[in-house]
Design a protein around this ligand. Structure first.
Ligand code: ADP
Ligand code: ADP
Length: 238
């Protein structure tokens, strides 16, 4: 589903990702853990090109979305098309929810598919309502994000990701901004989603969740992958 080879990224000549190789299989649920500053978020952001790597290759669903001929990154015309494609196929859920504040919950869900995928609003609205129902928020369709708790906003953000029928969803510390009592309402939705066969890559500090829900855990430190494997193995050998 996602293939990464030799991914390297520096900020101000400091290497944040060092020659990272990673393959994510279709339907796989991968938790990326590790100390703050390890490069977890940067790796995630490179997968959907929110950050442009310095070198390496990235494939998504058989398409090359980034490569470095002669050791240099290239984002030509073809790649711009691929960027648009990539953003439609790989959804992202952020720590700070990133909902549009001046749109209702329903419009937050509907506008993506309508604008980016050309769906009819009349088709998107019932799908959105169904998604909201599945996370217990159908009565919030006409509310604005600021009227919701953090946990509710993040559930809406997950619904918004799903509205695009993505091939994979990237989660960047999806519960780190939440009050402790709201964390589980989001993790429960993610655990349910994991069982549906959705490909998920999750940067998280929730070790219990990683242990119980992930198929594979990747431990990053100093810009590299230092351990990976099934949760039982990785947590046994810290
Ligand atoms: P993690 O997600 O593991 O906490 P990050 O990928 O967020 O790590 O960051 C890795 C390192 O790169 C950190 O030292 C961080 O300060 C630095 N970094 C991240 N983004 C930028 C940026 N846009 N400019 C400069 N340094 C950055
Ligand atoms: P996270 O919670 O994902 O680790 P951070 O708090 O490290 O995020 O970073 C938040 C934002 O600031 C990100 O967009 C990141 O790229 C950017 N950033 C992080 N470190 C630096 C830095 N040293 N210089 C500039 N931007 C940074």
């Amino acid at each position: 589903m996602i293939g990464i080879t030799g991914l390297t990224k520096s900020y101000n000549s400091r290497q944040v990702l060092k020659d990272v190789d990673l393959r994510i299989l279709p339907g796989e649920v991968v938790a990326i853990i590790g100390p703050s500053g390890a490069g977890k978020s940067t790796l995630l952001r490179c997968i959907n090109m929110l950050e442009v790597p310095d070198a390496g290759r990235i494939h998504v669903d058989g398409r090359q979305v980034f490569y470095t001929p002669n050791g240099r990154g290239k984002l030509g015309v073809l790649d711009q098309f691929r960027l648009t494609w990539l953003r439609r196929e790989i959804a992202m859920v952020f720590q700070q929810f990133n909902l549009w504040p001046h749109r209702t919950v329903l419009d937050n869900l509907v506008e993506g598919p309508v604008i980016a995928k050309g769906q009819k609003r009349t088709d998107a609205v019932p799908r959105a309502m169904e998604k909201l129902r599945s996370v217990g928020l159908e009565d919030k369709a006409d509310a604005y994000p600021a009227d919701l708790s953090g946990g509710q906003q993040q559930r809406v953000a997950i619904c918004r990701a799903l509205m695009m029928d993505p091939k994979a969803i990237l989660f960047d510390e999806p519960t780190s901004a939440l009050d402790p009592e709201l964390v589980n309402e989001v993790l429960d939705i993610m655990a349910r989603l994991a069982k549906t066969g959705m490909t998920m890559v999750i940067v998280t500090h929730e070790m219990k969740f990683a242990r119980e829900v992930a198929d594979r855990v990747i431990f990053m430190e100093h810009g590299g992958i230092v351990a990976e494997g099934p949760p039982d193995e990785v947590f046994q050998h810290p």
